[in-house]
Write a protein that binds this ligand. Structure first.
Ligand code: FE2
Length: 239
């Protein structure tokens, strides 16, 4: 006995299967201050400008020609209530090792740059910073050290189904644990089990609003970037 050799449903009714997917390449932000953003991304994430002018910059920290782009477009205004405005919540960068990740935390702390929120999501341990414009920047390390396993964990685990944020943690406590000799897997499991929760916990992942203080310090930003009719805006030399 043999099964009839009929063509598969796909060949009878050919459908466009998922296309060869394009790779995620870069994110582009509108800003009112290219210099402030270039300096911050260089300091925090090691991004360097490939092209840099007053009206725009393109930055990268790997082999791509750019990963973050900044546009100072005429007419750009300060956001109102940015943390509660629909749009991008954060971009994210990943370290390959726990040591690199926690050492970068300490380096930035010494520069006076601290994360606003720290979460062990289960698949990553993540530090959330805000750039000068209040955009979130997550710096993470894979909790499993392996994308295949962490993806499987997100897909299949009961823990992620029940809680997609995971416990908060105090990165200082992780640094202490590393410095006293705990290994990465011990630290990440202890963190996920709530051993290193901070004294003060945030209610959610709403990032702080940087704009009220910034506009107080730089009231000229309230007027926005001069529009296309303003003198000098279309000057191609931008100096
Ligand atoms: Fe993220």
């Amino acid at each position: 006995m043999s099964l009839p050799n009929s063509p598969s449903p796909y060949s009878r009714n050919p459908k466009q299967r998922p296309i060869t997917p394009p790779q995620l390449h870069h994110a582009t932000f509108m800003t009112m201050d290219v210099d402030a953003m270039v300096s911050w991304y260089e300091l925090v994430c090691g991004l360097q400008p490939v092209y840099y002018a007053e009206h725009a910059a393109w930055l990268t920290n790997d082999e791509a020609n750019h990963r973050i782009a900044l546009l100072r477009l005429p007419g750009t205004k300060p956001p109102v209530d940015k943390p509660h405005t629909a749009g991008l919540h954060h971009t994210a960068f990943e370290y390959a090792t726990f040591d690199q990740w926690i050492d970068n935390y300490a380096r930035l702390r010494d520069e006076g740059i601290l994360p606003a929120v720290c979460l062990h999501h289960g698949m990553t341990m993540s530090l959330y910073y805000t750039d000068p414009d209040g955009n979130g920047v997550e710096i993470q390390v894979d909790a499993w050290g392996d994308w295949i396993i962490s993806k499987e964990w997100m897909w299949a685990s009961q823990e992620f189904a029940e809680d997609q944020l995971g416990p908060q943690f105090d990165p200082e406590k992780l640094l202490e644990a590393r410095n006293r000799g705990d290994d990465f897997q011990t630290i990440q499991k202890d963190t996920y089990n709530g051993k290193y929760t901070p004294a003060e916990q945030k209610r959610d992942v709403t990032l702080p609003d940087v704009w009220p203080a910034r506009l107080e310090a730089q009231p000229e930003l309230s007027n926005g970037v001069p529009g296309p009719d303003a003198e000098g805006v279309l000057d191609p030399t931008f100096d």
